[in-house]
Design a protein around this ligand. Structure first.
Ligand code: DX5
Ligand code: ZN
Length: 356
């Protein structure tokens, strides 16, 4: 152990992003509510991928928790993304406050009695991910009218309101895999979250239904339990379920792996990058080869990298276009690389600008 000063604990090591597919969102509902700052810092230190914030109004559910001011105060305490789960009757009235508080995603319930679409649009217009959740008894078809606006479907596998209830396996089997169908318009980054009764006993089943984010509450806050081990175990079991139930025994594509989709001169790479990003698949463009190559940027090759998990979707949509681009690049080189207009790197579109 290296310590810079005597008696001082070394700071925790930089966390690598987990490999694999499943992600764990730590719900702080059952943590020490008198010390939430500690709860979020602890979840981060122990390797949680997100913080899940359960907002309850005593009306939509028979319990009251916290609101946007608490979330804003917690925002300063951790770098982890914030997923807000609003179990409230009037999210439209408060949505700007939740967005200002720094939520990275906001999920509302489909059972509320006010219009849903304006709130989903407001979330997306702010550049955040928009989600809809449903109670165990609500059919998935209730989400159908809103599907084009969804980044997240949050499947409740307990009645919303309290932590520590038992997992409803029938609801999981009926809805989790089917929820993915509602997100088929989104070629990259769509997520199915599962919330309620998630723990080491249920994680494998949930992963085997292709859930992306496992929301874990009470199982993380059992006194004396090693939270980091619990998080790693739940992620690993979910990936195991995915591998052997859905993926013919092949390990899942790690969520953070990238592949080279095409190698092109800069003007073509950037033009193609903008086209692909418009449908929601992020693309990184880098100079190909070593940095010490003498060719100027205009004539050298550039690599277009995209998430491995979106490669199949990109090929289906842009395979023919890629062939055309490669032919164009070959023709341009054969013609002696005549001068081309400068194409700036495109700005990625905001979620509400994505063409589906
Ligand atoms: C319940 C909340 C959950 C809760 C889950 O209404 O939405 O996020 O924290 O707790 P566990 O994991 O204990 O079921
Ligand atoms: Zn929740």
């Amino acid at each position: 152990m290296i310590s810079t000063r005597r008696g001082r604990k070394p700071s925790s090591p930089v966390k690598e992003l987990p490999l694999g597919r499943a992600r764990v969102a730590a719900s702080i509902l059952d943590s020490d509510l008198g010390n939430l700052a500690y709860s979020v810092r602890r979840a981060e230190k122990e390797g949680a991928d997100r913080i899940h914030l359960d907002v309850m109004d005593g009306h939509f559910v028979p319990n009251i928790t916290f609101g946007p001011r608490t979330i804003r105060a917690l925002r300063k305490r951790t770098k982890l993304p914030f997923d807000a789960h609003l179990m409230i009757s009037e999210p439209g009235r408060y949505i700007e406050q939740f967005l200002d508080a720094g939520c990275d995603s906001v999920t509302i319930h489909v059972e509320i009695e006010e219009p849903i679409e304006p709130t989903l649009r407001a979330i997306r217009a702010a550049g955040r991910a928009a989600g809809l959740s449903l109670r165990p008894k609500t059919p998935l078809s209730a989400l159908e009218p809103y599907k084009a606006l969804l980044d997240i479907v949050l499947v409740m596998t307990v009645e919303p309101g309290f932590g520590g209830q038992s997992f409803m396996a029938d609801v999981a089997r009926e809805k989790i895999l089917a929820a993915r169908g509602l997100l088929s318009h989104k070629l990259h980054g769509a997520e199915v979250h599962v919330d309620g009764g998630v723990n080491r006993e249920t994680a494998e089943l949930i992963g085997g239904l292709a859930a992306d984010v496992l929301v874990v509450g009470s199982a993380l806050w059992i006194p004396g339990r090693n939270m980091g081990r619990e998080i790693r175990l739940i992620r690993a079991l979910a990936d195991e379920g995915y591998q052997y139930t859905l993926n013919d025994g092949r390990p899942p594509i790690p969520r953070d792996r990238v592949v080279t989709f095409a190698t092109l001169p800069r003007h073509l790479a950037r033009t193609f990058q903008a086209e692909i990003e418009k449908v929601g698949i992020p693309v990184l463009v880098f100079r190909s080869g070593g940095l010490d190559v003498e060719e100027p940027d205009e004539v050298r090759d550039w690599d277009m990298l995209l998430p491995a998990s979106s490669e199949a979707a990109a090929l289906e949509r842009f395979g023919a276009r890629r062939d055309a681009m490669l032919r164009e690049a070959a023709a341009w080189r054969a013609a002696g690389m005549p001068p081309v207009p400068f194409v700036p790197a495109p700005l990625p579109p905001r979620p509400d600008e994505v063409v589906t």
